[in-house]
Design a protein around this ligand. Sequence first.
Ligand code: BJW
Ligand code: ZN
Length: 251
Amino acid sequence: MGIEERLFHKAKTVLDQADNVVVLTGAGISAESGVPTFRGEDGLWRSYKAEELATPEAFRRNPELVWEWYNWRRRLISETEPNAGHLSLVALERSKRHFALVTQNVDGLHRKAGSLRVFEIHGNIWTVRCSRCDIEMENNDVPLSGLPLCPACNALQRPGVVWFGETLPPYLISAVFKALECCDVFMTVGTSGMVYPAASFAAEARRSGAFVLEVNLEPTPNSRHADLSLFGKAGEILPKLIPNISGVPTG
Ligand code: BJW
Ligand code: ZN
């Protein structure tokens, strides 16, 4: 066996034997579905500055521009489908007694693939939330007809996502940290490991005794907390790691 093959074999064995698995995904898992990542070569931040668009200040300053960006992304995402990486995680969930899928992605592709126990820690692009009274609702219009207004108080609605400088929902974060404490295997997939608090999960899981597995195109700050890193495309690596289970379409 070559070294590459040995690593694969080890990762597969560890994953097969685990009873309690937590997976953290980032933009990289949706890249093969055609959703642009944030920081890669064609990343979203290349053409737009994060601080111009993904902050509460940006929205206060220029809601039209921010909504234009989200309308563009909503259209793009509406034309995408889950890929083999998303589907493998559905199979993984069905094969485990304890499982949690923590995603930083707002595209909703994990649920569309059939994953059930999903924690969307950065929100969901198909929800809108009132900037005054916080009432949140689903809205699937592409594009939205003008700036959306709250049906309850008529104030401007904003995307139901978490921007820089905003706190993540506390009930989600505490559920995630509990899951990290109890898991046998923690696997990160397609995340640059730059954005907190998600960037701290690998170290946290390891501290609690989990085997940390990383799947990414390239090394990241998570790599030094990983027991094992596999470099390549999630849509190719995950189907090799996770046996398909009948009933899960293979895409
Ligand atoms: C493939 C692949 C393929 C490609 N296969 N791989 C501690 C220290 C320092 C700073 C902070 C800190 N705590 C908080 C902060 C501030 C801030 C932060 O982290 N800043 C850093 C940039 C330093 N964090 C926050 O503000 C967070 N809030 C918070 O912590 O509240 C408390 C607090 C506030 C203020 C100060 C202190 C505490 C909120 C973060 C919200 C992030 N929001 C966004 C936008 C969401 C809405 C939207 O989408 O419109 O979330 S930013 C953006 O980055 C998005 C993503 O979810 C997130 C992570 O990106 P991700 O998923 O990792 O994508 P990429 O593009 O970066 O990486 C893709 C990877 O995939 C690459 O590595 C590729 O190689 C790989 N890849 N194709 C496998 N086919
Ligand atoms: Zn309102």
